[in-house]
Design a protein. Structure first.
Length: 495
């Protein structure tokens, strides 16, 4: 572990400057330059061919859908789209690079000069985007050993399934003026990009699977200076929480180095979830990659008419959509934050669209269904309950057919694979008992079985009625309306 300043000490002496590189894997059916399936989770080295393995004599063919996705993403981030651009070869060697070069874009990116705004603690920060360029992903090293990391591994295996996956890399300009909020601004920006990608439908943006990754650069300038410091790049941070934590650590580490008169080394750093970074490799400059134009691919020409057609397909920007939905639903900031942080925004929106009151939709998705998803170790989308089903369950409650407790039993059957809430209620006899004779008999039986509690209620101790109401509900298997049961109990025991 490195010697560190406290975060406050570091920010008293230095101003952080950020640079963020977000890599988005596109969800096209096939890879960037070949027809191999673009699918996460396949058996290792099964989605490969001579092109993505870089075998001699193979020639690439550009994926048109990937180009459209890159243009739409660039437009959504406020970028200009290049009327003409081309690919280049980025030459370097890694074990997971089959060709010893990566087909990328260098001096002619497809999108450039964008800008987005993010809000953190009531302040708005303007993030300028230098470029968003297309490239292919490398393969994946699988390190065998106790930690799963290269350090301490016994050996490493190479899976080339990911080689050739279409990528868009979004690179910001230096981000200044964030002060103590620098890590939170970085987190908010990556969250903004992720929301945009999901709204566009161009990627599943699952950071834990690597389909959205962030390389987080940071350097420190002495207070009052305008000269950029030496940056480090923390690689492939795979969660929003880790982006914030990694940058906080690097600011503290670099601050300690500079405070002691040392020199920050320009290098990549590897983030460890235990809460620290370690040195990786020295960071190359562009000239080290010996870029030159890709001779096997023709330039891309994006005429204005095509770009405008794609612009017309853009969805409502995520930030605007959130503000609109919160206003439409009447949620407090805390309620809306719970929905967003729980990954339930789309589910709640679709449930409301299916006719469910917003507060009821929020309750089911952020409480009951979130608990079930957490117990199953899956996200809400994988739980198997649809917004239409949730809306129908709530409608049955509003109609008086179900209580909340009975609704939870309906969810049990929905999670078990049954699909129709009405059919579940009928098949499993879950409807609320509305027979006044049956309810009255159950109330009389509960009073007779517990005369002491009944007497306390008669004497004015109204809270004691809860025990009698509970007994009735138990005898009715939870299928009585608790408010009606309470009315009957109090009617019997009060003069």
């Amino acid at each position: 572990m490195d010697d560190l300043l406290t975060y406050g000490e570091a920010l008293e002496r230095f101003d952080p400057v950020l640079g963020l590189e977000v890599h988005v894997e596109l969800n096209t059916a096939s890879k960037m330059f070949c027809g191999c399936t673009n699918h996460f989770g396949s058996e290792p080295n099964t989605n490969t061919c001579p092109v993505c393995l870089g075998l001699p004599g193979s020639l690439p063919a550009l994926n048109g859908k990937a180009v459209e996705s890159a243009i739409r993403l660039g437009l959504a981030l406020g970028c200009s789209i290049a009327p003409r651009c081309r690919f280049a070869r980025k030459n370097y060697f890694y074990p997971d690079m089959t060709k010893d070069f990566q087909t990328s874009q260098y001096d002619e990116p497809i999108a450039f000069e964008g800008v987005v705004e993010v809000e953190v603690e009531g302040q708005t920060f303007r993030i300028e985007i230098e470029r968003a360029h297309m490239e292919e992903d490398a393969g994946k090293l699988v390190h065998q050993g106790t930690s799963g990391r290269i350090h301490g591994a016994d050996y490493s295996l190479v899976d080339y399934n990911r080689a050739g996956t279409p990528l868009v890399e979004i690179v910001t300009k230096p981000i200044r003026g964030t002060g103590t909020l620098a890590p939170q601004v970085a987190k908010a920006y990556v969250d903004y990009v992720r929301d945009t990608v999901l709204a566009l439908g161009v990627s599943d943006a699952k950071m834990e699977q690597g389909s959205l990754r962030c390389d987080a650069n940071v350097s420190l300038m002495p207070k009052g200076s305008d000269v950029l410091g030496t940056r480090t790049e923390t690689k492939n941070v795979n969660s929003l929480r880790s982006i914030e934590a990694a940058l906080t650590y690097e600011i503290r580490r670099q601050g300690a180095v500079l405070a002691e008169g040392g020199r920050v080394i320009q290098e990549t750093r590897m983030w460890h979830e235990e809460g620290y970074t370690t040195a990786g490799r020295s960071k190359e400059q562009a000239e080290d990659y010996r870029y030159f134009p890709e001779p096997d691919l023709v330039p891309i020409v994006a005429d204005a008419e095509w770009v405008e057609r794609l612009r017309a397909t853009l969805p409502e920007p995520p930030a605007e959509r959130r503000r609109r939905l919160q206003a439409d639903w009447g949620f407090t900031d805390l309620e809306f934050r719970d929905v967003v942080n729980g990954g339930a925004l789309d589910a709640v929106a679709d449930t409301v669209a299916a006719g469910c009151p917003p507060q009821a939709a929020r309750k089911w998705w952020t409480a009951e269904l979130a608990r079930r998803a957490n117990e199953a170790g899956v996200d809400l989308a994988a739980l198997g309950v649809t917004p239409t089903q949730v809306a129908r369950v709530q409608a049955l409650i509003d109609e008086g057919t179900l209580t909340d407790s009975l609704a939870r039993k309906v969810f049990d059957y929905l999670l078990a694979g049954e699909s129709d809430p009405d059919a579940i209620v009928a098949a499993h006899s879950l409807a609320v008992v509305s027979d006044e004779g049956a309810l009255s008999a159950a109330v009389d039986a509960a009073i007779a079985a517990d005369p002491g509690t009944a007497q306390r209620v008669r004497e004015g101790k109204v809270q004691a009625a809860g025990a009698l109401i509970g007994a009735v509900m138990k005898s009715m298997r939870g299928q009585a309306d608790a408010s009606r049961v309470r009315e009957l109990v109090m009617g019997r025991l009060q003069p």
